[in-house]
Write a protein that binds this ligand. Structure first.
Ligand SMILES: Cc1cc2nc3c(=O)[nH]c(=O)nc-3n(C[C@H](O)[C@H](O)[C@H](O)COP(=O)(O)OP(=O)(O)OC[C@H]3O[C@@H](n4cnc5c(N)ncnc54)[C@H](O)[C@@H]3O)c2cc1C
Length: 439
């Protein structure tokens, strides 16, 4: 049982979210004179950078997820509750959750981000996001379901919609995902679906800016585009998705692509419980904090990672939504809380140390920017692999991932092409599909 405020020996730090930021806060507070209560709607931590490999069948979902209770099994001041945090009451210093109320002395909001469809209801209804394991599994099922549907159709025109795959957003998520789908087309389609031709399958990557990987160096952007095109991805730049009715996607240049599959990687927005002053919300629905990651009008409350816009003179637009920012802020905030408890006046702002950026394109090519250094091709891919392997939580997950990658490298084949749960998307064509099957 958790004790209430008057009965507790040590102050309680509640952390909302067991993502990259939240787990760093909890880890850093190990063996300190605080009680840590981590609350997450899932009982596991998700390694989001490899979601695209779950979506394309290279890795099973349990390779990139790690149980939070197991992660902290040797931390005696740690408690976990699986719950949805619904509301923060800053005056009472209480969080209201789906399993009850918990009072806090310090609160860290590390609830991350969700897909941002920029108010386009049709796109939101019909396209697939890739922000969670569940969504990645949906993509895996749905891509395969559509190939199964294509097999049922006798002529190429009828198959077209099922064999066009549109990925929206040319950031690392879109680049990595479209490259991996193109590899399915190149190496798997003929073996698994002898009825289908790889020439009938198309993978599109639609990006609003004039380049992919715009946050990386020009060299990386150019190399990544070339790699994608060599894999057969049709890269469409300076173009945004205007509408999608579940059957045909309409682009801002007037083009239309018949497709059942649109995967959305074009934007994220902060997600958080009620109780945050709407005036603090910045671009991308991120909560404005001061340089010490504190939410300005909420004493004892911090926001870190993707949900936060840490606004300082040097970072007027906040920091990038990447794992290292969340991790470094997690450590900083834990230290900040401890310094307050020791009555030290820590006024030093959080400083982000940018170690570099990378993205992989297909099975053995990647781009890496580290300061002024730029790596590409196989050596960059080895670097990407090494960094990601070391970052995955748990030795078992690291080993399984390494084995999967090795097998895929030599066989060009990824084995987890399973439709465990059929994905049912609101789909006007579904009726026609069922009718077609009955004929
Ligand atoms: C597909 C994809 C690929 C990416 N690739 C990279 C990459 O290659 N490199 C990189 O650095 N970054 C990458 N990122 C970004 C990186 O994953 C994020 O920056 C990072 O996860 C942010 O960490 P966080 O702790 O802020 O939030 P998250 O890791 O998103 O964790 C938030 C947690 O909060 C929980 N939660 C949210 N709301 C509630 C609530 N109300 N109640 C209870 N629990 C809640 C969620 O379940 C989740 O566990 C990628 C992201 C995606 C989606």
């Amino acid at each position: 049982m958790l004790l209430n405020r008057s009965e507790r020996k040590f102050p309680r730090v509640i952390v909302i979210g067991g993502g990259f930021g939240g787990i760093e806060v909890a880890r850093r507070l190990k063996d300190k004179e605080v009680e840590v209560l981590l609350i997450d709607r899932n009982n596991f931590h998700t390694f989001q950078p490899l979601l695209y490999q779950v979506a394309t069948g290279t890795l099973a979902s349990d390779s990139i997820a790690f149980p939070l209770r197991k992660m902290f099994k040797s931390q005696s001041n740690f408690r976990f509750r699986m719950a949805e945090v619904l509301r923060i009451d800053k005056d009472a210093k209480v969080v209201h959750t789906s399993v009850g109320e918990f009072d806090y002395d310090y609160l860290v909001v590390a609830s991350g981000a969700t897909s941002n469809f920029f108010g386009n209801a049709n796109v939101e209804k019909y396209s697939l996001g890739m922000k969670s394991i569940q969504e990645a599994q949906n993509i895996r099922s749905y891509v395969l379901q559509n190939l199964e549907e294509a097999v049922l159709r006798k002529n190429a025109d009828d198959r077209e919609r099922f064999m066009n795959f549109v990925v929206v957003g040319g950031g690392p998520t879109g680049v990595e995902l479209s490259g991996a789908i193109a590899e399915i087309q190149l190496h798997m389609l003929k073996k698994d679906y002898p009825e289908l031709s790889k020439h009938e399958m198309n993978v599109y990557l639609v990006e609003g800016l004039g380049e992919v990987l715009a946050a990386l160096s020009d060299k990386s952007s150019r190399d990544a585009k070339r790699y994608l095109e060599e894999l057969g991805v049709k890269v469409i730049l300076n173009t945004v998705v205007k509408d999608y009715d579940g059957l045909t996607v309409t682009l801002s240049n007037g083009d239309q692509i018949p497709t059942k599959t649109v995967i959305w990687g074009a934007g994220v927005k902060g997600q958080f419980p009620e109780g945050i002053n709407p005036e603090l919300l910045q671009r991308g629905n991120r909560i404005k904090t001061n340089g010490q990651c504190q939410i300005i009008d909420m004493p004892g409350v911090y926001a870190i990672g993707d949900v936060a816009a840490t606004v300082t003179e040097k970072t007027p637009n906040g920091l990038p939504g990447v794992a290292p920012v969340a991790q470094q802020q997690g450590k900083y905030v834990a230290d900040h809380i401890l310094s307050i408890l020791k009555n030290e006046n820590n006024t030093e702002d959080f400083k982000y140390f940018d170690k570099g950026s990378m993205a992989t394109v297909g099975r053995n090519r990647a781009v890496v920017d580290m300061g002024k250094f730029h790596l590409k091709g196989f050596i960059a891919w080895c670097t990407w692999m090494f960094v990601h392997l070391l970052s995955i939580a748990g030795f078992r997950n690291q080993l399984v991932t390494f084995i999967n990658w090795t097998v895929k490298f030599f066989t060009k084949n990824s084995g987890i092409r399973l439709i465990i749960h059929k994905y049912h998307r609101p789909d006007p064509l579904m009726k026609t599909t069922e009718e077609t099957e009955q004929v």
